[in-house]
Design a protein. Structure first.
Length: 319
């Protein structure tokens, strides 16, 4: 009897251990599966709706801002999926912090640089405090000419001391200027390029434009003629067109190409009016995309006479 009782006790003990081992194993499987789900980007923060806010320019046939738009006049698609507009507010004559980039490469030449300086003077006379500007010049490298100042304080800085020549590295100049805009005092920020546009619009810069979300405006000038100008054109052929146009359209700005001083003055007035009079459009995204993924946005209008400009992609953020 003692031997039989002893054997029964051993069996009961082994059974309890097996059950405990099985339960522990099942718990481990649950933990591993849960961690795997987080790794795939399906954690609870990404499942929550995310507010998205965009600046939108709505222009009439003459390029002037339209100020009486309501949400029913527009439709928003994110990755081809319709979205519900939660707010549409017109922000009139808002202060802007503007970075001005002047092309001093060999493709522009001394005459083009003098044109850009005269355009910069016109720009400073068009804006007024609390607007602010900074000025960079670029070719192979980007150099600061004027730090943040009020437009009234601009004194017409000369650029001949920087030296001209080299190729227009517009993407690098734009990247550095976007970073500098972080230090701007105004909520609304933008870039304005004076250039012949002889550069390739690289995908890295387009991603940076999406990340920062600041519109880029451009005024294209006639470049220099001759062998160097032709060589730059051949080196910088771009199937999507001028980098000025690609950057501007992607960011929600506008590229204008001029042939005279009168056209340049009209272009500067048009751009200033646009960037200071925009709509703030809000919607809520339910996309489950991972943090950092670029999402395509489309803003459409039912009015064929309106031109709608906006940031074409934005990165998913964690907050």
């Amino acid at each position: 009897m003692l031997a039989l009782d002893f054997l029964r006790a051993i069996v009961r003990n082994l059974t309890k251990r097996a059950v405990r081992s099985c339960l522990f194993g099942m718990l481990c499987v649950v933990v591993v599966l849960s961690d795997g789900r987080n790794v795939r980007g399906w954690s609870s923060p990404n499942d929550l709706p995310r507010p998205v806010s965009l600046y939108v320019s709505i222009l009439d046939r003459e390029g002037k801002p339209v100020g009486n738009v309501i949400d029913k006049d527009l439709s928003v698609l994110e990755e081809d999926k319709p979205q519900v507009i939660t707010k549409l507010q017109f922000e009139k004559d808002t202060p802007v912090s503007l970075g001005v980039l002047i092309d001093v490469s060999r493709g522009v030449g001394p005459e083009g640089i003098n044109l850009a300086l005269s355009w910069l003077k016109t720009l400073a006379e068009t804006l007024k405090s609390p607007d602010e500007i900074f000025v960079n010049a670029f070719s192979d490298e980007s150099q600061e000419v004027v730090d943040y100042i009020s437009p009234e304080d601009y004194l017409g800085e000369a650029l001949d001391h920087l030296g001209t020549g080299g190729q227009a590295r517009m993407g690098l100049a734009g990247d550095l200027a976007l970073i500098k805009l972080r230090d701007a005092r105004n909520k609304k920020k933008a870039l304005l390029l004076f250039s012949a546009g002889r550069d390739i619009a690289g995908p890295a810069t387009l991603d940076h434009i999406s990340k920062f979300g600041f519109p880029i405006y451009s005024i294209g000038m006639p470049g220099s003629s001759g062998a160097t100008g032709t060589l730059d054109k051949l080196k910088n052929l771009n199937l999507r067109g001028s980098a000025l146009k690609v950057y501007s359209e992607h960011s929600g700005g506008e590229a204008l190409f001029v042939e005279s001083g009168t056209e340049a003055g009209a272009a500067i007035a048009r751009i200033c009016l646009q960037m200071k009079n925009q709509y703030r459009l809000d919607y809520t995204s339910d996309s489950r995309s991972k943090v950092g993924k670029m999402l395509k946005v489309e803003v459409k209008t039912r009015n064929p006479g309106w031109d709608v400009r906006y940031l074409k992609k934005y990165p998913v953020s964690s907050h």
